[in-house]
Design a protein around this ligand. Structure first.
Ligand SMILES: [Zn+2]
Length: 744
């Protein structure tokens, strides 16, 4: 004990304990009590556990699209497999179309404020001045023997009471007949689906999504996922196989999830032969339906109907688009383990940019995402043009971006291509790595936006893409309004969710990849997460744990700050002291005498801190080590050698203050008097013992003229005006602009 005690006392004597004026907040403490504890379903490593299970639902659906009255009606048989350890007496289904029923819409999520001046369309969104019919008519629910099943509807969810208990490990089949009016997408906010009418030629593009009653998720963390659809929080869905027969006017073209089963019944010989060519064409899209053909199609009104049959295996959803206006192009995309058909469907109003860019963007996304995670497993990846928004479904996405009179601005074109990449990218998150969107919007949007931005950076280097600097205005926002990333989807504000659920997690992952973990390790861990959870339902804790498990990096401090708080990064380079060992004093022979060595420091008093290095180094002393400092050690450090090593060198003691609150690694750029630079990187752990102020000493052969923190904007530092020493009166960009205008 004595040895330990003296060693402890010695340690106390060595480093100076830095003053801490504010309470310790435990920023490096484990987040174990903030995330779900591990169990046999979800392991502490972040992988699915040995008892992991999930439900499965297969669908046979026959659906009729009635163009005359814009309605859709269908009949479906669901086979539901109860893989849970629990016996179930009832099932919950989702009826998302009911969100558009008057009185049901958004359950008060959207603020209803009327301004002095407001457009008629906004007023329609707020008041539904022009009413429209919406929501399901459920006509029949029967079990496999044809007996009626009792149902109860609660807004967007329907409870089906089973006639016999569905035991663990068993399956049940039941049928539902239903219909609903397809809504006009221009009539309300956040219209992910519905129809768009083109007055000029009297035709319609139908985007059909969350259109059939489907199984809610039942899992080990929630039981039944019982959060109602309120529009912002999207979907939580089970995987299964789909057999869908879609009956539409006979000159409509259907773009759909899945593989077309009856092309000889619905496509012309010419279209089939062009598709065959496209299957072997890897360098450019082949037109399956040309502009001229689509225009001819627009002019003929259908009398008969056609039924398109699609199969889709192991998908969590099914969507389609239908119109006689569609042009169609396709090309093959070769991935290491799969050859995919990238395809685009668009009305002539999308020309020429859609023909030039859409399928190309699909191809870029398929290649980059596959490389970063796992090969795209499905047979097709489709981009359908819409008037606005971008919305994703398995194998198919609806993407906004349309030229005006054939012309599109650079910014709008970048937006359009970015949207296509993003929505195709959603095939990975959440269509395959199937997180609960209704609960955690950031899990799919954040991870997807991260790879979407990486695709832009790699394949469209001239485009604007998100970097840590992009999040600074958001991080600087009013803390009374900001929410942490770990906020449930529907609790976020409409004007904040883009920054908080898309951009902030993206920047977080960029910081982990580029600055904290390193590209190679991070990329492997990200791939590990994607592969562990493909076709499964991960929770945030599974992601957090996997990234640590696969990199041997403790990231709890990062998750705690970036995901669970609204703190921001603002580091201040508050002082740099300069010492120098003078040549004439570094050569002391008699080590028994307590000779003094001249050292210099710039610091005189606090007022002069900002003067920088102009005063030169100043005198302090370095003594020979007293014998008592060695305790029981018999060997001695060579004081002379220490002096020799330091002789002529510059010693800089840097003081950094954590003003913002978020702990982050520290990057220090040294600008030497000869104009050269050098960078030192300190890990975030330097803040472990003092979360507010750290001091660190460096030895440099050259003299320093300037020191900068975070010179490459890696950490979203919200105020860069306090990042340099000597302090510079940085003009803000706005001031610089103002002064330039004034001719200064
Ligand atoms: Zn998205």
């Amino acid at each position: 004990m004595r040895h330990l005690l003296s060693a402890f006392l010695l340690l106390l004597c060595l480093p100076s304990i830095q003053a801490q004026n504010e309470p310790w907040k435990g920023k490096f403490e484990p987040i174990d009590n903030m995330i779900a504890p591990p169990n046999t379903y979800r392991t502490a490593s972040g992988a699915p556990g040995k008892d992991y299970w999930q439900q499965c639902a297969n669908y046979h659906i026959k659906v009729l699209l009635n163009e005359k009255n814009n309605t859709i009606s269908g009949e479906e048989t669901i086979t539901y497999f109860n893989n849970s350890p629990d016996d179930l007496s009832y099932l919950w289904l989702q009826l998302e179309q009911n969100v558009n029923k008057k009185g049901n819409e958004d359950f008060g999520t959207f603020n209803n404020n009327v301004k002095d001046s407001i457009s008629a369309r906004q007023m329609q969104f707020l008041t539904r001045a022009i009413d429209f019919p919406a929501g399901y008519s459920i006509k029949m629910v029967k079990d496999a023997s044809g007996n009626n099943l009792k149902t109860m509807v609660n807004n967007t969810m329907m409870k089906v009471k089973l006639n016999t208990i569905l035991k663990s490990g068993e399956s049940t089949g039941f049928s539902i007949a239903w219909s609903y009016p397809i809504t006009d997408r221009s009539m309300y906010l956040l219209s992910r689906e519905g129809y768009e009418y083109f007055p000029e030629d009297g035709n319609t593009v139908y985007l059909i999504a969350h259109w059939f009653p489907r199984m809610a998720v039942y899992n080990d963390t929630e039981g039944w996922q019982n959060q109602q659809f309120q529009k912002l929080g999207e979907f939580a869905l089970e995987f299964g196989d789909y057999h869908v027969e879609i009956t539409v006017p006979d000159n409509h073209i259907v773009a759909s999830t899945g593989t077309l089963q009856n092309s000889e019944e619905v496509l012309t010989k010419a279209q089939r032969s062009r598709l065959e060519t496209a299957r072997k064409t890897f360098d450019k899209p082949i037109m399956i339906i040309t502009k001229e053909e689509a225009q001819a199609n627009e002019k003929t009104k259908a009398i008969k109907q056609k039924t398109w049959k699609f199969n889709a295996m192991n998908v969590r959803d099914f969507a389609f688009a239908s119109s006689r206006k569609f042009l169609w192009d396709a090309q093959a995309v070769k991935l290491p383990t799969n050859t995919v058909m990238g395809m685009s469907f668009y009305p002539k109003e999308g020309l020429p940019v859609w023909q030039e860019e859409s399928t190309k963007a699909v191809t870029q996304a398929l290649e980059v995402y596959s490389e970063a995670t796992f090969d795209y497993p499905y047979p097709v990846a489709i981009s359908v043009n819409t008037s606005n928004i971008g919305m994703e479904f398995p194998m198919i996405s609806f993407n906004g971006g349309r030229p005006k009179n054939g012309k599109i601005s650079d910014a709008a074109k970048q937006d359009m291509i970015g949207t296509i990449i993003h929505e195709v990218g959603h095939n990975w998150f959440p269509m395959i790595v199937s997180s609960d969107e209704r609960k955690w919007m950031w899990m799919d949007e954040g991870l997807n936006t991260f790879l979407h931005q990486r695709t832009l950076a790699e394949r469209y280097p001239d485009f604007n893409s998100t970097t840590p600097k992009s999040i600074v205005p958001f991080m600087n926002g009013d803390k009374n309004i900001l929410r942490p990333i770990m906020t449930t989807s529907d609790s976020e504000l409409l004007n904040q969710f883009g920054a908080n659920f898309y951009m902030k997690p993206t920047v977080g992952l960029q910081m982990l990849r580029n600055s904290i973990i390193g590209k190679e390790l991070f990329d492997e861990a990200f791939k590990e997460y994607a592969n562990r959870w493909k076709y499964k339902h991960p929770n945030p804790s599974d992601l957090f744990r996997t990234l640590e498990d696969a990199t041997a990096t403790d990231l709890d401090w990062f998750y705690r700050g970036w995901f669970f708080t609204t703190d921001h990064v603002d580091m201040e380079l508050s002082n740099v002291k300069w010492f120098k060992v003078f040549e004439e004093n570094s050569n002391i022979e008699d080590k028994n005498k307590n000779k003094k060595v001249k050292i210099a420091a710039t610091e005189k008093n606090d007022d002069e801190q900002a003067n920088g290095f102009s005063n030169g180094p100043e005198v302090i002393t370095m003594t020979n080590t007293p014998d008592t400092a060695y305790g029981e050690f018999l060997s001695r450090l060579d004081d002379k050698e220490v002096r020799k090593q330091l002789s002529g060198k510059n010693i800089y003691e840097v003081t950094i203050k954590n003003v913002g609150g978020l702990v982050m690694p520290v990057t220090i750029e040294w600008v030497f008097t000869d104009g050269t630079t050098e960078t030192d990187r300190l890990p975030a752990e330097i803040w472990r013992t003092n979360e507010y102020e750290v001091k660190k000493t460096f030895i440099k052969a050259k003299e320093v003229s300037k020191v900068n923190l975070d010179p490459n904007f890696e950490f979203a530092d919200t105020d860069v005006n306090n990042n340099s020493f000597p302090k510079v009166e940085n003009q803000s960009e706005f001031d610089a602009f103002k002064n330039k205008k004034k001719g200064k």
